[in-house]
Design a protein. Structure first.
Length: 135
């Protein structure tokens, strides 16, 4: 065909361009915007939840701390009561059963105080882990 009739080489060139791809591009942009808004909302929710958890743990720790201080006073008083009951039981003023009941009360208060102390330590460890330190 004309001037290239005697040539022994051949070239094929294919070019493609889209005149309008706006529908796919704009929908992808809209999907990305919606995903970004969803991720932002999840971040805000997680931030709020973390803050509320921290405040709750902090308040629980301080409550346990004040309760533990009150338990220390009640342990001292219960022990003094037990000693008094022992002296009175030795003098024969009260029965040994009454002295044992007072001892049981004293031990129950101590046991409860130890459980409260453990709760306080757990709350402290959780607070420390929230702020990123090793308790």
């Amino acid at each position: 065909a004309g001037i290239l009739q005697d040539s022994s080489w051949d070239i094929t060139l294919t070019a493609r361009w889209e005149l309008y791809n706006g529908g796919a591009d704009s929908s992808q942009v809209a999907i990305n915007k919606l995903m970004l808004e969803q991720l932002k909302a999840q971040f805000v929710d997680l931030k709020r939840e973390t803050r509320n958890t921290y405040i709750s743990l902090r308040d629980q720790f301080y409550l346990n701390q004040s309760t533990l201080q009150k338990f220390a006073d009640s342990i001292d008083l219960a022990y003094k009561n037990y000693q008094q009951q022992q002296r009175e039981a030795n003098r024969g003023l009260v029965s040994d059963l009454d002295a044992l009941r007072v001892l049981e009360d004293y031990l129950e208060i101590r046991r409860t105080a130890q459980a409260q102390k453990l709760e306080m330590q757990v709350a402290w460890a959780q607070l420390q882990s929230m702020v990123g330190t090793i308790p």
